[in-house]
Ligand binder design. Structure first.
Ligand code: GLU
Length: 286
């Protein structure tokens, strides 16, 4: 049997805070328990927001925290050809289409509809079918995104549902079978003009390329796993086990996010907090 392999996969578009530290340390904890490899992947496909300076800081913060990786960190920005290949595979199956509607056109259209469906993140589903874009094979010279024709993708499954195995606790012995519901996301974007891949596509391609056996990440990505399982199925990639961990909240109960005013690891460190303090605070004392 292959050695188990876990990864921490932050996007270097802001400073790391305690929520990231929790996720990284939980990956470390589970990797130790499973005698697994632990890898670091920088998810930097958004090359404008993920600056080299932020990446450098992220590596320093993780080093300071004392996490050791089994291999040199990988950067998604170095693997665009890999994602291109996966897109070509989906294209060959006739599952992609060019979507031209702008954000404001989508907004106008859905404002005229009653109870237009929204995805699990609250964004309106793309009204591709309403404008005939799915079938149009349009090649006009205007900016477009490549979207997955969800209906066509689901029909390739021939009514066989898809699911994933979820470890409901970090130390759970048995996984629970969760039914995936990719249709809830509609025609997801798989590539844009300025970013030739998307989070969903690159994460499944890389989890497979790196032999990830256990995906340990925040509860905020729980519903995205439905899309990931569908893409794995369409691309013939193996399905890892998943554990979606709790999200840390601040004193007012709001989720810690890079965008909110949550204190960065850097600031905590400048204020004299030690890595041992952080491990203790987050429940990972040695
Ligand atoms: N890069 C994603 C983030 O920072 C996490 C991806 C994942 O763990 O699947 O939110």
């Amino acid at each position: 049997m292959n050695q188990a392999c876990l990864r921490f996969a932050p996007s270097p578009n802001g400073q790391l805070h305690l929520g990231h530290a929790y996720s990284a340390l939980l990956n470390e904890h589970m990797a130790n328990r499973l005698a697994a490899k632990l890898l670091l992947r920088l998810e930097d496909i958004d090359t404008t927001r993920c600056t080299p300076a932020l990446q450098q800081q992220m590596l320093e913060d993780l080093e300071w925290l004392g996490i050791r990786w089994h291999e040199a960190p990988q950067k998604q920005s170095e693997h665009f050809p890999r994602y291109q290949q996966a897109l070509a595979q989906l294209e060959a199956k006739g599952l992609l289409y060019r979507a031209y509607l702008t954000r404001s056109q989508i907004k106008t259209y859905i404002s005229q509809q009653q109870d237009w469906p929204r995805d699990p993140d609250g964004a309106p589903l793309y009204p591709g079918s309403a404008f005939g874009e799915r079938e149009a094979k349009d090649t006009r010279n205007a900016p477009y995104a490549l979207r997955l024709n969800m209906q066509a993708a689901l029909s390739t499954l021939q009514n066989q549902g898809i699911d994933w195995q979820e470890l409901t606790a970090p130390d759970a012995k048995e996984a629970e079978r969760i039914k995936a519901n990719p249709a809830a996301w509609g025609d997801i974007i798989l590539a844009r003009k300025d970013t030739p891949t998307s989070y969903h596509l690159s994460v499944v391609v890389d989890d497979a390329a790196q032999g990830i056996s256990h995906v340990v990440r925040g509860q905020d990505l729980y519903h995205a796993t439905s899309v990931h399982r569908l893409l794995q199925q369409l691309l013939g990639l193996p399905a890892p086990l998943y554990h979606h961990h709790k999200l840390l909240t601040d004193d007012s109960g709001d989720k810690l996010a890079k965008s909110a005013s949550s204190i960065s690891l850097r600031t905590l460190r400048e204020q004299g907090t030690t890595p041992a303090d952080i491990r203790r605070k987050l429940g990972f004392a040695h």
